[in-house]
Each structure stands twice: as C-alpha cells, then as structure tokens.
Design a protein around this ligand. Structure first.
Ligand SMILES: [Zn+2]
Length: 323
C-alpha cells in the first residue's frame, strides 16, 4: 500500500530508476516499526542528474544529537540543480531517527549505532536498524561522506577521519579542506562497513553537537561541492583552503586517572610539545590536585570542555602528524 505523509511518498527500498532524470525527490523510507506497530521512517532525498554516473551518499545524524550535517544536506539539496548534475546524490539528513527524537547520541536501546555496523538482520533492535540502513540505503552508494560532530561535553576541530592507506580515500579526504585529517580504520563504524562493501567512504567531523553552526556547515558544504567537481559530477573549479590540512598518521584521547574539575589549556589545532602541561584537575574546594602533560608532541584534534570529570574522563584528542 502506498501512503503519503505531507505528500512525501513512503518507500521500503530505494529504486533509483523510479526517480526521473533531472529531478529531486523526497521520500520517507520505512526502516523498522515501534512496539505498537507504527512505522519508523528515515527521510531520504534523491537528486538524479542528467545522466547516470557515480552515486554519492551524504549521511547525517548517525548520532542523534549531531545536527550540523542536517543543514549541510539542506544546503546541498537547495543549491544543486539536477539539470547541471551528472550522476546521483542520495542524502539522508537524519540516519538515526530514534536517537534524534530523543535528542541523544545513542539509539533508543542505549547502543552507539556507529559501533555496531553493519548490524545484524536477526539481532536486537539497534542491530536490525543498522543492518537495514546499510542494506536498504548505504549499499546504493559508490561514495559516502558521513557527517558527524563532537560528542556532548567535547569540542572538535573541523577534521576528517579516513583510511589513508587507500588512494581514492586520500583524495576524498583532502578535498574537504579540513583543518586536520586523521588516519583511522574504526571497526564497527558506518564508514568501515561501507568500505567493506567497496564504497569509498570518509567521516567529516563538523563542529559541535546540539546546534547549527554556520561556519562549519559552510566549510563542509564547500568540501562536498569540491568532491562533486572532482568526480566530474558538477562543473566548476575546486576550492583550495588558505591553509592545507595537517595530516595525522594516528590519534588518541588522553584520559584522566582521578576525578574532579577539569580544565584543559590548549586550544583546538594548537601544537603541543611532549611534556607541556595540557590540563589540571581541582577538587571542589578549588585546590589543584593534579596536572597532566602531553605524552608526546602533536596537534589538538578535539578537547574536553565540560569541567565535571570522573576518573578516566577525556582530556584531549591528540593527533600525531605525519613526519
Ligand atoms: Zn558522531
């Protein structure tokens, strides 16, 4: 049966041939249902160009409170003229609908959807949701740009996570004009699962959760336009950044070993030297209990801003630049 929600058709699978060339179409994709049997729909927008070529997928909100990607998708859908496009763009402005509705990072059963990809057809509710997201939507793509932000209580630079051992991915990563590129394989993520399907995939970290931030939205948009130009899907000149990205061969979070109020000193994208004091912890009476030093020299990819710090809390995401 075919129903319409606000005149947007409901589909169970993506059928690209049903979308006329040189058109933009919106869909509600029925992915799973809740306990009373009401369907859960994922919004999907397909922009089909004048001829078939690559299929580029843009996904946002795999973590339910990471919202900047929604605006990036809306900007793309508004600005791209399908008559001037070669190939197809498939946009998913909200990938993790149950988490988005709860205004939280994780799926409705408390699971991080971006740690269990590609899911399991016969698993629990988050496993099935992940499996169907991959099999019904992501599987259609040749390229994937997955848009994220920092998690609650942390801030991020504008950076790309990518498997820099793969040449096509190296090019994709550099096209985003990010401040930092971090090499990561990241088992269990949407990006990793897409790579296993032969899809060229990167993750772009754009700003902070629970808000729309104009500047990073615009930066991420420019990176996607660069990508479309480079893939011969749009005409135009590739926009190069004022400062090239700092490429890191690895990165990791530095954690605390005691609880208290945390203050982290360096700013995003600062270079820190091995041994430099990067943070301190005070007790609730204001006495400094401990200072922390950078274990090696590197660049600040992200940092904790929330001062309440249990033992083992995050301090700083340190990137180790390629030498
Ligand atoms: Zn995320």
């Amino acid at each position: 049966m075919f129903v319409n929600l606000d005149d947007v058709p409901v589909i169970k699978e993506i059928d690209l041939q049903a979308v006329p060339k040189q058109s933009k179409q919106r869909f509600w994709l029925h992915i799973t249902s809740d306990g009373i049997g009401t369907p859960l729909y994922i919004p999907v927008i397909i922009i089909r160009g004048k001829s078939d070529h690559h299929i580029v997928g843009i996904t946002a909100v795999v973590h339910g409170n990471e919202l900047n990607g929604i605006s990036v998708v809306q900007k793309l859908v508004k600005n791209i003229d399908p008559k001037k496009l070669t190939g197809t763009i498939i946009c998913v402005p909200v990938s993790n609908v149950p988490a988005f509705l709860r205004q939280q990072r994780d799926f409705s059963n408390g699971v991080d959807l971006n740690r269990i990809m590609p899911g399991d057809q016969w698993g629990n509710e988050s496993d099935v949701y992940a499996y169907r997201l991959i099999s019904k939507v992501i599987n259609e793509f040749d390229y994937l740009i997955d848009l994220h932000t920092a998690s609650f209580g942390n801030i991020n630079s504008f950076y790309v996570r990518a498997n820099m051992n793969l040449p096509e991915i190296v090019q994709l990563a550099w096209l985003q004009n990010a401040q930092i590129i971090v090499h990561k394989e990241s088992f269990g993520t949407l990006r990793y699962a897409a790579e296993r399907l032969g899809i060229h995939a990167i993750t772009v970290e754009i700003g902070n959760p629970n808000r729309f931030e104009k500047q990073v939205i615009s930066n991420a948009y420019d990176g996607i336009i660069n990508t479309l130009i480079c893939l011969n899907m749009l005409d135009g000149a590739i926009h190069h950044p004022e400062e090239p990205a700092i490429e890191c061969e690895s990165s990791y979070w530095i954690h605390t070993d005691r609880g208290g109020l945390l203050e982290v000193f360096p700013k995003l994208t600062d270079f820190v030297e091995k041994g430099e004091v990067i943070a301190q912890i005070s007790n609730i009476f204001g006495d400094v209990l401990e200072t922390y030093e950078a274990p090696e020299s590197g660049i600040v990819v992200g940092k904790r801003t929330h001062p309440v710090n249990p033992t083992g809390g995050r301090i700083l995401h340190l990137g180790l630049p390629v030498t």
